[in-house]
Design a protein around this ligand. Structure first.
Ligand SMILES: NC(=O)c1ccc[n+]([C@@H]2O[C@H](COP(=O)([O-])OP(=O)(O)OC[C@H]3O[C@@H](n4cnc5c(N)ncnc54)[C@H](OP(=O)(O)O)[C@@H]3O)[C@@H](O)[C@H]2O)c1
Length: 292
């Protein structure tokens, strides 16, 4: 069997067009664009190129992009002052603070300082807590509005738009980071999957991953998930972005797993392109809520 390839580029293009259409409506109604402020301290090359990518996609959708670049020597007080200033700035609807921040800056304190309403990538403890406490889909909820990290949101959207049944299925997430694995687990549980989370202490990993109808890998170890760790016909979502000999690869051994799985996201071209458009959608939604 050869798995169906889940084309993240095509899905992200579709979502990008939907967001651009809603941005046009927003601009017509309010006379300004949903705007993200991206904060960076220093010139970490990966952060510089990620910011450039965000800028390109926001500008393509006629959304606002405002960079705030502090020096590598910035203090925690300077970063917090900037975050507080952006929290109070009505022309900014979403804020993203890029990591890594310079040594000595407490990244958790910076996340906690973000206004939850403007926390574009859902990293503040308030947004993480609201996601953790959110009611399952279809049940009434008193949880206030919240924002979800863009990468797992993109993985969920791939599943939904590929008509993958989530309700009642067994989902296994490998990785428990706050930015990918953990929120992905909450999203899938919210959609009525039965969820388990694996991590570096899970032994043997394959015994758990083989139970998955939906297997998500967010590990950061190139090609960790082998063909014999996957149930035949499973849907495999690979969040991994690794470079081996200058070539990008995922956390899933694509060549092996494509022969076993029913559906699989490639790397590149799977979850990667989704992150940007989900960030755009988050900022649009944040702006809509702030203007209501
Ligand atoms: N597609 C995107 O746009 C996007 C965005 C963000 C990240 N990523 C990629 O997603 C991957 C994960 O990123 P992250 O930020 O979540 O990484 P992270 O913070 O380093 O977390 C990695 C997780 O994997 C677990 N782990 C490590 N080695 C393992 C092993 N041998 N067996 C089982 N679990 C293991 C760790 O377990 P412990 O908790 O026990 O340490 C941890 O929970 C990376 O490749 C990253 O580049 C992609």
């Amino acid at each position: 069997m050869t798995a169906q390839i889940l084309d993240g580029r095509a899905i992200s293009k579709e979502i990008g067009e939907e967001v651009a259409a809603q941005v046009a409506e927003f601009r017509a109604q309010y006379g300004f664009a949903p705007t993200i402020a991206v904060v960076r301290a220093g010139e970490d090359p990966a952060s510089v190129s990620y910011a450039r990518m965000i800028q390109r996609s926001f500008e393509r959708a006629e959304m606002g992009f405002v960079p705030h670049i502090l020096p590598e020597t910035a203090s925690q007080g300077q970063v917090l002052d900037l975050v507080n200033q952006l929290n109070a700035d009505a022309s900014v609807h979403g804020i993203m603070v890029q990591e890594p921040l310079p040594r000595g800056i407490d990244e958790d304190a910076v996340k906690a300082a973000l206004s939850p309403a403007k926390d574009a990538d859902g990293v503040s403890p308030i947004n993480a807590g609201r996601l953790a406490q959110a009611a399952p889909i279809g049940r009434s909820s008193t949880t206030l509005n919240y924002l979800v990290p863009a990468t797992p949101l993109g993985g969920l959207e791939i599943l939904k738009r590929s008509n993958v049944e989530i309700d009642g299925r067994r989902a296994i997430i490998v990785g428990r980071s706050n930015i990918v694995g953990r929120p992905m687990a909450f999203l899938l549980m919210q959609h009525h999957a039965t969820v388990s989370i694996c991590h570096s202490h899970t032994r043997p990993l394959g015994d758990v991953t083989r139970q998955a109808d939906i297997l998500c890998a967010a590990v950061g170890v190139p090609r960790l998930i082998k063909g014999d760790m996957v149930k035949p016909g499973a849907v495999v979502i690979d969040f991994g972005v690794n470079f081996v000999d200058g070539k990008m690869c995922g956390d899933v051994d694509f060549d092996e797993v494509v022969e076993v799985a029913g559906m699989i996201t490639p790397v590149p071209g799977g979850t990667g392109p989704m992150t940007n458009v989900m960030l755009m959608r988050n900022v649009l939604e944040a702006a809509q809520r702030q203007c209501r």
